[in-house]
Ligand binder design. Structure first.
Ligand code: ATP
Ligand code: MG
Length: 253
């Protein structure tokens, strides 16, 4: 199981003739934290929407011989492809545990769902530990701190047994401490999964990225290690005057 990957070839998404994603090639390998960066409107979220079946797309997205562009969204989830959204989508009125239990339900047979089950399934317990929310299991998700909600969402992907996780700006709005905890969490769960993180914060990217793909105007502009993409003049051009933090500052970090 160490050769899992997601292969994207010629992925294209058009909205009324406008190409939000334009012939993107991307190979995502298990065990590498792969970051997707680029200015607002570059097409990052749309790419994830296309992979998860939320917008129509052309090209090829292959995972374990399955063409995801020809697979319905709920089957894509069952195939082990999970994603989070730019704004958290947990059920605020339900407890942390209930949120995880519901997410895990996709792998239970429908006829068993109605049966009262004794205790918490072991995979839910495990996820609670991994995301560090075990002591908050009975709290309503609505009272969780911003960072904790994102961790709960990641936990929901864990109980779904997502082999591929596409995370859309998971650390946006987090404190420095929460960011660090999230980065460490991603490293822990990333070794045996294929993880893509969309992110704007270059400090976070520098600290945790194994590979970075830069998107611009729907296309892949550059791909490589953090050092490689930072040294790329085209990347600097796209980022200069747009990002809050010019990328060449990394050289002094
Ligand atoms: N449903 C839609 N209909 C029409 N245009 C859309 C739709 N969704 C996205 N777009 C356009 O596609 C382009 C890419 O948007 P997308 O949200 O993928 O960018 P992004 O890289 O995720 O940006 P951000 O960093 O701001 O989240 C933008 O120009 C956006 O306005
Ligand atoms: Mg986006």
């Amino acid at each position: 199981m160490n050769d899992d990957y997601l292969e994207i070839r010629g992925l294209t998404v058009e909205f009324d003739g406008f190409r939000a994603v334009d012939a993107v090639d991307l190979t995502l390998l298990q065990g590498r934290l792969h970051f997707l960066i680029g200015p607002n409107g570059a097409g990052k979220t749309t790419l994830v929407d296309a992979v998860t079946g939320l917008v129509p797309a052309t090209g090829l997205v292959r995972h374990r011989r399955q063409d995801l562009l020809r697979t319905k969204p709920h089957r894509i989830v069952r195939a082990g492809i999970g994603r989070t959204f730019q704004t958290a989508t947990v059920f605020e009125g339900l407890s942390v545990l209930q949120n995880l239990d519901i997410a895990g339900g996709i792998h239970r047979r429908a006829w068993r769902m109605g049966f009262a089950r004794r205790g918490t399934p072991s995979y839910v317990e495990e996820a609670l530990e991994i995301i560090g929310l075990a002591s908050l299991r009975d709290r309503p998700a609505g009272v969780l701190a911003h960072g904790q909600k994102q961790w709960l969402e990641i936990g929901m992907l864990l109980v779904q047994d997502a082999r591929v996780m596409l995370l859309d700006e998971p650390v946006a709005g987090m404190s420095t401490e929460e960011r660090e905890e999230t980065g460490d969490l991603l490293r822990r769960i990333g070794s045996e999964r294929t993880i893509v993180v969309i992110e704007h914060d270059m400090d976070f990217v520098r600290t945790y990225a194994d590979v970075v793909t830069v998107m611009h105007a729907g296309k892949v502009l550059a791909e490589g290690t953090v050092a490689e993409i930072q040294a790329d003049p085209r990347v600097q051009q796209v980022y200069l005057g747009r990002a809050h933090e010019p990328m060449q500052e990394a050289d002094h970090a």
